[in-house]
Ligand binder design. Structure first.
Ligand SMILES: [Fe+2]
Ligand SMILES: [Fe+2]
Length: 471
């Protein structure tokens, strides 16, 4: 299971024993590099970046840190080792051995799931393309690039599955991954949140906190799949995803910290004049990114999701830790539903509510970080708390997309929404202000004025370390 770095495409799947597949992937590799060149991080080709690279897929010590030029990053195919007698843990095939090949009857569903997941990976790299030009510090620049190369690797993970298991269709899907682009009017990315811009670093931190966390929950449920190669790919991707969410949580936390420091130093809430991002503006960005990411879980009641679950191709988050029959044929689940002009709690068949259950798990997880941000505010002695908006707020998908609500989920008229949304979502003026703070800082140990330096280290290197070298 050691990763073989002597091959053109590093892998731990014994790629050289399958010449056809190897050739197909080697044909795709230059197209990927062209895409990276055109739509990956701008002005980054010559930089030497202190990056971690996977050296082993074992739990301990899989990461190796060194300076790398990003186009030379060793993107490859890494799967968590297989457990030879793994069984399917849910659905009608529960108890049967996991599949090493795609079952013919589930082929199109599996392909759709892999394509949808795969499409998000290069999308976020495209969304973040210009952020390097305004990085608040070298430490942050390095973190951005680490996230970008790993999203690139996640694309490799999904493209490997398509090419290895879906024949000609899979090869075509692999091409299409590089043809759709974030925000492209003709060929957009599949999911809407991945067509939004990430125009500034506050948005980037919110994105990696809220939207990468959707990735955690999607990957977590695909990691339960009866299709073993998919499950094992996703398990390894999850270890990388954890860092992305860390970047988001600590990033937002540092913006909050800086806001509090400025409020206390100058004894005022009005810190924009001192170059800080005020807490109400942070709350508005939070509202936006949370609501857009909440949409990614789809419809509250979904027959597709029920089919995915029933057939064993996509489970629930932490499936094996849930104490029930893992069939869900006669159980109920409680969801929030729109009933006339009210939002009420109602019991529905659990199988149809698999999406909503995943959204519930996601919201609980989102709230943990909000509490840690509030600890920072509390410690600073400031009377303000950040809060997740109600799940019905500002939705574009699902039944709540038909209504407007305030942050607490109280249904309001369109007229009231039009009047009040500027208090809840970033206005053009807010965005222009945040944008005005985005000035590139490249000197080791220096940092922009709107964000506090990090408390933690990267691979035992202090904030002062030269995380990126310019030649
Ligand atoms: Fe990813
Ligand atoms: Fe990610």
């Amino acid at each position: 299971m050691k990763i073989n770095y002597n091959e053109k495409i590093p892998n731990n799947v014994d790629l050289s024993s399958d010449r056809r597949l190897q050739r197909a992937l080697e044909r795709w590799q230059p197209e990927f590099l062209n895409w990276w060149d055109e739509l990956g991080p701008e002005n980054s080709m010559e930089l030497e970046v202190y990056l971690r690279t996977a050296i082993s897929v074992e739990k301990e010590g899989w990461a190796h840190f060194d300076y790398v030029k990003m186009p030379d990053y060793r993107w490859g195919i890494f799967l968590t080792p297989s457990d030879s007698d793994s069984k399917i843990n849910f659905g009608i095939h529960k108890g049967q051995p996991v599949w090493q090949e795609v079952p013919g009857e589930y082929r199109s569903e599996l392909r759709r799931l892999i394509v949808t997941q795969g499409d998000t990976e290069p999308a976020s790299v495209e969304q973040q393309r210009y952020l390097g030009n305004t990085c608040p510090s070298l430490y942050d620049l390095r973190n951005l690039f680490q996230v970008n190369v790993e999203e690139g690797r996640h694309l490799w993970a999904m493209v490997y599955l398509l090419q290895a298991y879906f024949g000609r269709d899979g090869r075509e899907e692999a091409e299409a991954m590089l043809e759709r682009h974030s925000g492209d009017p003709d060929k957009p990315r599949i999911l809407e949140a991945f067509n939004e811009e990430t125009p500034d670093w506050l948005s980037f931190f919110m994105f990696t906190y809220f939207t990468d966390r959707d990735g955690k929950f999607q990957l977590g449920s695909l990691a339960e799949s009866g299709f073993d190669p998919l499950a094992r790919s996703c398990r390894f991707m999850l270890t990388e995803e954890a860092h992305h969410m860390f970047v988001g949580e600590t990033g937002v936390g540092r913006v909050v910290q800086r806001a509090c420091d400025l409020m206390n130093d100058y004894n005022t809430d009005d810190i924009r004049q001192y170059g800080g991002i005020d807490l109400p503006t942070i709350q508005k960005y939070l509202n936006f990114h949370f609501s857009v990411s909440t949409d990614l879980f789809g419809q509250e009641l979904s027959t597709n999701a029920a089919t995915y679950y029933n057939t064993g191709i996509k489970g629930r988050f932490g499936e094996t830790k849930i104490d029930d029959d893992h069939l869900l044929h006669d159980s109920n689940y409680s969801i929030l539903e729109l009933c006339g002009d009210k939002i009420v709690s109602t019991d529905v068949p659990a199988l149809n509510a698999v999406n909503e259950r995943l959204r519930d798990d996601y919201i609980v997880d989102c709230d943990l970080g909000v509490r840690r941000w509030n600890k920072i505010i509390e410690t600073a002695g400031i009377d303000f708390r950040l809060k997740l908006p109600h799940r019905a707020f500002h939705r574009g998908i699902g039944q709540f997309s038909e209504i407007q609500t305030d942050l607490e989920g109280k249904i309001i008229s369109q007229a009231e929404w039009d009047q009040r949304q500027q208090d809840w979502l970033p206005t053009q003026e807010d965005q222009a202000f945040v944008q005005s703070l985005m000035q590139q800082v490249l000197e080791p140990g220096k940092i922009a004025g709107w964000i506090a330096p990090p408390k933690g280290k990267i691979n035992r290197q202090d904030f002062e370390f030269e995380f990126v070298r310019f030649n």
